[in-house]
Design a protein around this ligand. Sequence first.
Ligand code: ADP
Length: 666
Amino acid sequence: MSIFKKTEDKQHTAVVEDFRLQIASAHMPSGVRQIAEKELDMLSKTSPATAEYTIGLTYIDYLVSLPWNKKTPDNLDLERAERVMNERHYGLHEVKERILEHLAVKILVMNRKPRILVVDDEEIARRNLEHILIKEEYSVVTASGGAEAIKQLELSDFDIVLTDLKMEKISGIDILEKTRAKYPDTQVIMITAYASVDTAIEAIKRGAYHYIAKPFKLEEVRTTVKQALDKKLSTVSAKGSILCFAGPPGTGKTSLGRSIAEALGRKFARISLGGMKDEAEIRGHRRTYAGALPGRIIEEIRRADSANPVIMLDEVDKIGQDFKGDPESALLEVLDPEQNQSFIDHYLDVPFDLSNVMFIVTANIADNIQGPLRDRMEIIEFSGYTEDEKVNIALLHLVPKQIREQGLSDFPPKFTAETVSKIIQEYTREAGTRNLERQIATICRKIATEFVHHKETIRNIEITPAFVERYLGPRKYYFEVADEKNRVGVATGLVWTEAGGDIIFVEAARMKGNRELILTGSLGNVMRESAQAALSYIRSNASSFNISEDFFENHDIHVHVPAGAIPKDGPSAGATIAVSLISLLSGMPARRDVAITGEITLSGRILPVGGIKEKILAARRAGVKVVVLPMKNKVDTETLPEDAKKGLEILLADKIGEMVDKVLIK
Ligand code: ADP
């Protein structure tokens, strides 16, 4: 044998031994450990020159690097959580309250003294167990036989039931069955004599957590009970606990998620699902080829080096439409507490327990999430901010943050409220604060550059509105409504999009043709149907609007909604389309500063629509003076904050005729 071959062999053995040690100290569950060891045994017989060797080694390396049993201790202090959220986030009272409630339930469940039922007909064993468990600070109830145990189970719930397997009349198996039927989350541990281990294994098959053989060792009782309790608590605390933050971009969803992680003392990771096209991105690739990778979930857990991080899954409502595989079932496997205890990533090919992860998903519109996934979520709505709220957020949070980030901490420029208002009105058009933050960042950067250029810094420089144009260039947005004239055939409407509320101008025109309704502007199916309904309603009620009955004869009608690159859908533009048509056909101009929203029926009734707060905010941003809403949306207007309605007249209407009276100028 050549000397090279010998050194190579030595190296090979050293690598294998090193991995053996790593496997031993990786705290894997026993099943996983066996698989890793088997894989390593196989590799020890494989030539290091082969591709299988590299693939196998990378795999084991990955397995040992996962935080199988590594968790950050939770900081379950509600007051601190509240403080962290209040310090970092302005307003959002309702949202914060819901989050605190959610955490409070978790804390209650986790901090309660665990209740254990000990069932044994042998008095000494019963007393011994009781003694050990009380010392561990558990609350213990004992039963001297099956009948008494059943009575206790009828009376109240236990976290753990420790029961002797062999008892007269009612056996341990009966108690197991009873417990599983009544309290599916309660974990049952069997106590058994060595001789009946086979029966104990049978009990595990029927759902017992584990067994302890008599005579039992103190340490074994302690750890088995502790582990069973962990399992019970993780299922309970995870139940129904997928928080879903829904709302337009820039309304603080991500940053609040970060604050929750920080308040709990957990690691934070974020995965964007928007546009994800392949199930493998969630669940990993099978390990059959070189370069196969685990999915993002497992990868983020590895990166966080903790089995209980807060993971934020962004844009669940926008998972790629051409998704390969079934996104819903992939997500359920990740999120559903019933399934995620043994989540199998295709690359790992062994289960990883995700039940300790706190998942928060985000969506722009919660209604877009459907089915079983939605049932398991607790949806918390974030809505757009009013101008006053934005000014406060900017002055308290965004400006200080940008001053820090742009290196201006030693010479912080001072922004006035008027300046921020000017930026909001003239340089942004959004529900949240993302663009606002960007504009503030631009100003801070430019000031920093000036300081460097002129080799001088100005202390206490005050950024007044007059500065804004100098730094941000000419005004980007105008009040689309106040600055324009009233016209015939053009009506102002309010819609609800993923980015929050928005204003639309529906234009209608009539020309010689063949009774055709032409619709343009990237309209979705529902909006097209609304247009059809509006036209049919007008045709059957023409006389009541002083429109000639045969307006459609030898004519085409064209309805257009500009800003055509943005797809629009939903029924709430129905009323706006109807009013623009009536304006066109009757020749009465429509007031541009009156905005309407509502679904229309064939009989001209106005049905209620969603997103009222977002729409009202959008109306104010655009300079609208009067908003006409469906009568049935009255409740929504009552819960609106005062500063959202400031300067707006809000009217209600039941029939399209009433809307026409308010919008068209006779
Ligand atoms: P989203 O995830 O909803 O798109 P982000 O959390 O990314 O929004 O928020 C965008 C920016 O606005 C962040 O810098 C965030 O800190 C800030 N922000 C949003 N809402 C608030 C608020 N209520 N208080 C303080 N800062 C906020």
